[in-house]
Each structure stands twice: as C-alpha cells, then as structure tokens.
Write a protein that binds this ligand. Structure first.
Ligand code: ATP
Ligand code: MG
Length: 728
C-alpha cells in the first residue's frame, strides 16, 4: 500500500480513522447520533478487505434491520468497486442465525426428535395458532389465558436464552402455573413440525455453540472479524451469541450510543454496551464527537433534551455545519388540524416557499410518530390532497387486521350482500361458527340464490345449524337487522352506530380481554377508526373514502413522504423531519411510564432524542390541544419533553390556516371560558369569515374533496393556557 491513505479513508476524521485502522482486538465506538459510527463501521469492512486481512467470507457484520444491511452492502461495493469477490456475512442477527442453523439443524433436538435443514420459520400468526391449540388441549379458559400472552412470555424467555429445561422455577409458574409446561409442549410441537419461531433462531444457535465446542470452534475460526452496529439494543441472547463467537480471537468491533437505547421493552439491555470494557479487557474505546448530520440548532435542542436523563455516560457533540433554522414548535387545535398543517407545510417546502429552506423533494421529508394510530390522520389527509406517501416498517393504517375486521362489520351493514365481509367476521369474535357451519350456510345460500348473511338467517330458522353456534348466529343476524335499520335512518348518528356495532358484536370486548402486549394498541386503532368517521356524513361515504385510500397504486416509484414510527427510524436520516403528537400520555407514552416508571420515561426521552437527531436541516415538533383518546375527546397537555427543550434553539410558530386570524382570539376566548364548545367560540371570534377558513373551503372545492365535518370539542383552562404558547 502506498504512503498516501487509500481514498476511502481520506474523508474520515482522526477518531474515525483510529476506529477503522485498529483492526486487531476489541474496539468499542461509543458515540452520539450522526457522528459517523455506521460510516466508520462500513469503512472498516472495506479496509479489512483491502488490506487482505480477511476474505469476505471471514467477516461477520450485524445490523439492526435488513434495510441497514442492504445499505451497507451498497456502500461497500461503492467503496471498493469490483476489486473484491464475494461479500461478507452481512445481515441481522436473525438472518445470520438462520444460515448457521441450517448447517447444523440435526444437532438441535430433544433426544427423540431433531430439526432438519429445511426447517420452516413460523410467523407470529402461526405461533399464536399453535399455542392456542396447546392451551385448548389443556382445557384452559382461552379468554382468561390468551395465546398472545403466552407467546409474549415465551418470546421473553427466548430473548434471555432460557429454554424449558433451564427456566427458573418462579418463571415456570407464570401463566397460572402452566407456563413451563406449555413452553415445553410448544418446543416439542415445533420440533415435530420441523419448525422454529423467531426467538428460537438465536436461542438454538447459542445452545448449539454451548453444547458442541467443535462446532463453535469452526465458526470462531471462520469469522475472523466481527462488527456490530446499534450495539446498545442487543438483548441477552444476542449478547451471549456474540461473546461465544468472539471470545477466541476477540476481534470484535461494536458501535452504539447509550442515548439511543430504545428497545428495553423488548428485552434489550443497554448494560451490554456499558459492560463492554469488562467483557473484553483491554478494549480500545473510541469516542466520536463531531456530528456530520445536523445543524447546530438541531444538535443543541437534542442534547439539551437528553441531558434530563440520569445515569448517562454523557458526551459532547459539535458540528462544523452552518447555522440553520431553529427547531420549530407549533400547537394545533386537534390532531386533524395538525395533519392538515403538516400537509400544507410539506407542499410549501416542496415548492420552495418556506424561509430558510430551498425546495425539497418529498423523499427528503419524514414524519415520525410515537404510535401507529397517529398515522391514520396523515394517511387520510395526504390521500385527500393527493400527496404521495409511503408507510415504512408496518402495514398502512387501513391494512391492519383489527381495522379490516371492523370495516368488514361496517361493510356488511351498508351492503348485506358483501359475502367476503361476512366470511371475515362471522366467527370473529368466536361464535362457534366453524368451517362446517360455514359450509352449511354457503350451501343454503346457494340453494336459495341469496347472499351468505341471508343464507345464515334461513339456516338458523330452518334449524339446519346446531351446536353452540346456533344461538350466537341467531343473535348476530338479529343484531345486524337493527344495525342495518339504523344505518338507513338518516336521523341516526353513524358514529354512534359504529361504536355500537363494535360493542354489540363483541369485537371490542374480544380485544379488551386479550392480554397480549399489542392489544391496547389495537384498541387505540379502533378508536381512531371511529374518530375518522366523524369527518363523513355516513358509513357509506366513509367506506368509499377508504377504498380510494387503499386503491392507491403501491407500485408507483415517484417521490414520497415517509411515514414511520420513531422506533423504525433508528439509524436513518432525512433533511426535514416532522415530529407530531408531542403530548403527555402519547409521548411520553402513558403505558411506558405506568409499566416502567422512571426507566420507562427515560426510554421515552431517548426515543425523542432519536427522533430529533434524524433531522439534517429542519425538525418540526408539534402537539395538538385535543386528541381523541380512549373513546372521547380529551384536551391534552403538551409533552413535558417540550418544556425540556432549550429555549434558545426553538422557534414557536403561530398556527395559521383553518382558523386564520381568528384562531388566537378563539383560543383566548376559550381560555377565559373553560368547558365551552370551541366551535361556538370560533364562530363568535368570526373565524368562519377569516381568510384562512375561506381559502380552505376554496381549496376543498377545487379538489372536490369533502369538507371536513368537525366535532364539538371543549377545552379546559389549563390546556388553553398551555395552548396559547403556540399563539405568541
Ligand atoms: P446514528 O447514531 O444515528 O446511527 P451514526 O453515528 O451511525 O448515526 P452515520 O449514519 O454513520 O452516523 O453518519 C451520519 C452522516 O454523516 C451520514 O450522512 C454520513 O455519511 C456522514 N458522515 C459520517 N462521517 C463523515 C465524515 N468523516 N465526513 C463527512 N461526512 C460524514
Ligand atoms: Mg448508525
């Protein structure tokens, strides 16, 4: 190699170069957001290859997502061109464990059965179905002891590498004393199916390494260099796996940021990163302090916020990049107004009409939400105004299972001949209408030439059905008749009807009884759905709207705004980032605080830090004064995180648009008259004659979009006082 550094090293700062060039022995790169950890890690791989320290197949690099792995591969190819043949082992823990396990499947077993190399990997639905069968086989009450809860327990054990054999006695007694036994039965069942679940991938791999030293040795010899990104979010099983692989040669380089540890709720242990120097004595610790991603304003705001956490390692971050815009903060009337405003801002950015910003591409804009139910308002709004968007890392709102179920109920009420809707919900929640009953109904319907719902009515009347399902189905048909009558009654409120359908059908109760960790989120989504109905005149209009939203061509590849959760945004960066919903209870999330106290709050704060530090040029934080949570409108308080932001780096905006110039007056009026209906107040403040409101009407007419119908809302004095922050 020539004396001049290789071109791929030239752009790095000295600390990064040290991390890249210290090839032997343990290295920990512990540094804040945007300091080039991932970039240094990627360059290190290129460097290893260029120096011929290792062949591609001898390098193992672990990333947090498949997307990150793909990006790293692309970058390595870009750095090295076609000079090196083959690729390192580069992927998530799971994807790498699958490859290893396939080669040694036969060694995983229980004495009688063992895995075969072509084993299948179960998804969550399969996992739940299997557990359900096992719970039924023991005659346990499924309502009290739902499979989802057991799945959650088992995942937790697997994250800690606890197999049924080494489960502590106390934990065995979980799930009403059945935990250990059901877990063992589940593992046996998986083996007999030649299947594994996600948690097994790591646990089996660790078990394999521990039980077969020669196998471990062969992998230690193969992977001469190990690199791990986002190390702060590894769980116990992943940690054990890494230690086993690295303990012989100790050529392990981990990078991470304790301030970005956000997966504690899923078993990640930030302690893993803090303990690195003890685990690997003599480790070289590299700290990076220069941030290359964000403006000083964004960095200072984020640093100020995270300073409120205790027990941090603490770090200084600085940047050479030019001063930019302050972090913007704005309060809105409600979550719909927030979505409207963000939509308009994005259009303005796109057209280059915003101070301090050149025109931006939609690809440069991201909206990062705390909870997936927040996405609905944005999806609806963007659909209405024709703003292209994509939801990253999860189904779009209207594609979620619980939303599809609820919509199937609505569809069946609006059009009783919708057989697909009938099939989807006739036995959801469980009504004892199994495959056999459904076949009978189908036969009756065919015979009479009527839709399935009508077929069900006839089958019930003629006594063609028996068993537990008969009475339930009779109830269902009768309820449907009432719902349908209400739907046809122009006087009846379709919003109340929707709520009643979900209640009387037992659908809401089904999720209320479900103890799985995702059940509360699903209930929130259902409430969000009912809320969306308020914007329409009837169920039918709403269903049409949704089919339009859903009909959007997924294949189009133009510019799109990205919508994703804060958790999904880790490691990514965007020039413009919107951070909506900064309200106490939503963010910080109430459940996280209830379940984990201060620890929960601090994890939420780290999440806020991750959010702000995704922004390169502009971050816009917003909150709504009213949000419909748990079935009713509530006035919400701005997030306590907003108070923690250092004032010098924040610019408070006045909400324009809908309420135009009258907005402030209306707020002030409401502040002085707590508990009053805001729309009356708005009318008194002459909001509806304001230019903003008229502009809004004109635009809606132009696009032939339905004009939003607004719900009556009240606010209390305390919220109004906070609210006026946005009015200054
Ligand atoms: P996070 O903690 O968010 O994962 P990170 O520390 O991994 O951040 P990177 O994503 O690697 O940071 O880098 C942030 C941005 O800074 C990227 O756009 C990267 O290309 C750029 N960058 C990193 N190092 C340098 C450098 N030495 N010179 C110029 N730009 C750099
Ligand atoms: Mg990174």
């Amino acid at each position: 190699l020539a004396a001049r550094p290789a071109p791929y090293l030239e752009g790095l700062n000295p600390a990064q170069r040290a991390a890249v060039e210290t090839l032997e022995g343990p290295v920990l790169m512990l540094a804040g957001a945007g300091t080039g950890k991932t970039r240094a890690l990627t360059t290190r791989i290129a460097h290893l290859l260029m120096l011929g320290k290792a062949r591609p197949g001898q390098i193992l690099a672990v990333t947090f997502t498949n997307k990150a792995a793909r990006e790293m591969k692309n970058r390595i190819t870009a750095l090295l061109g076609e000079t090196v043949e083959g690729m390192p082992w580069l992927g998530t823990f799971h994807s790498i464990c699958v490859k290893i396990l396939r080669r040694h499947a036969e060694l995983i077993g229980n004495g009688e059965l063992h895995l075969k190399p072509a084993f299948t990997i179960l998804d969550t639905d399969d996992q739940i179905r299997l557990l359900k069968q096992l719970i039924q086989a023991e005659n346990l009450d499924e309502k009290r002891w739902p499979a989802r809860q057991l799945a959650h327990l088992i995942d937790g054990w697997k994250n800690r590498c606890l197999s049924p054999a080494n489960l502590p006695r106390g934990e065995k007694a979980a799930f009403d004393g059945w935990g250990g036994q059901l877990y063992a039965a589940y593992q046996d069942r998986l083996l007999s199916l030649n299947a594994v679940d996600f948690g097994d991938l790591l646990m089996h791999c660790v078990t394999l390494f521990q039980a077969y030293p020669d196998v471990l040795k062969s992998w230690q010899e193969r992977f001469r260099y190990i690199l791990v990104d986002e190390y702060q979010d590894t769980n116990v099983a992943q940690y054990m796996w890494l230690r086993l692989l690295a303990q012989a040669h100790r050529n392990i380089c981990c990078v991470g940021d304790d301030d970005q540890s956000i997966y504690g709720w899923r078993g990640a242990e930030v302690g893993n990163i803090l303990r690195f120097e003890q685990d690997f004595p003599g480790a070289q610790v590299v700290r990076l302090e220069q941030n290359y991603r964000s403006t000083p304003q964004i960095l200072s705001a984020a640093s100020g916020l995270i300073a409120a956490n205790s027990g941090r390692l603490g770090k200084t971050l600085w940047t050479e990049s030019e001063a930019g815009e302050k972090v913007r903060l704005i309060g809105h009337w409600d979550s719909e107004a927030e979505a409207r405003w963000i939509g308009e801002e994005i259009e303005a950015f796109q057209g280059g009409h915003r101070a301090g910003m050149d025109a931006v591409s939609l690809d440069d804009v991201a909206i990062l939400v705390r909870a997936s139910h927040q996405m609905r308002a944005f999806e609806d709004r963007f659909m209405t105004i024709g703003l292209p968007y994509r939801v990253i890392g999860g189904p779009r709102f209207y594609e979620r299972a619980e939303i599809r179920d609820a919509m199937a109920y609505f569809r069946l009420v609006v059009s009783p001949s919708d057989d697909l809707a009938f099939e989807r919900i006739v036995n959801t929640p469980k009504r004892g209408v199994g495959d056999k009953a459904l076949k009978t109904i189908q036969a009756v319907a065919r015979q009479h030439g009527v839709p399935l719902l009508e077929g069900a009515r006839i089958a019930v009347e003629e006594g063609q059905l028996g068993g537990k399902g008969l009475a339930n189905l009779r109830d269902f048909v009768a309820s449907h008749g009432r719902w349908r009558a209400d739907a046809l009654d122009a006087e009846a409120s379709h919003v109340e009807l929707a709520e009643r359908i979900l209640d009387e059908s037992g659908y809401t109760v089904m999720w209320q009884n479900d103890k799985s960790p995702d059940a509360p989120g699903r209930l929130d989504n259902l409430k969000e759905l009912v809320k969306a109905l308020e914007e329409f005149d009837n169920l039918q209009g709403f269903l049409e709207h949704v089919s339009l939203v859903m009909d959007r061509d997924n294949g189009e590849a133009g510019e799109e705004v990205s919508i994703m959760t804060l958790h999904g945004a880790k490691g990514l960066e965007f020039p413009v980032v919107f951070l909506p919903g900064w309200e106490d209870g939503l963010f910080p999330n109430q459940r996280a605080m209830d379940e984990n106290g201060t620890k929960g709050l601090e994890e939420e704060r780290r999440l806020a830090y991750v959010g702000i530090t995704r922004a390169e040029r502009l971050a816009v934080i917003s909150f709504a004064g009213n949000r419909r949570l748990y079935g009713q409108w509530q006035s919400s308080m701005p997030s306590r995180f907003i108070d923690e932001l250092p004032e010098d780096y924040i610019e408070v905006l006045t909400p324009p648009g809908l309420y135009g110039g009258g907005y402030g007056a209306a707020m002030a009026f409401a502040g002085a008259n707590p508990g009053t209906d805001m729309h009356d107040r708005a009318a008194q403040a002459d909001v509806y004659n304001s230019p903003g409101w008229k502009r809004m009407q004109a635009r809606a007419a132009e696009r032939k979009a339905p004009v939003a119908r607004r719900a009556p809302v009240t606010i209390d004095a305390e919220a109004a006082a906070h609210f006026s922050v946005g009015d200054k």
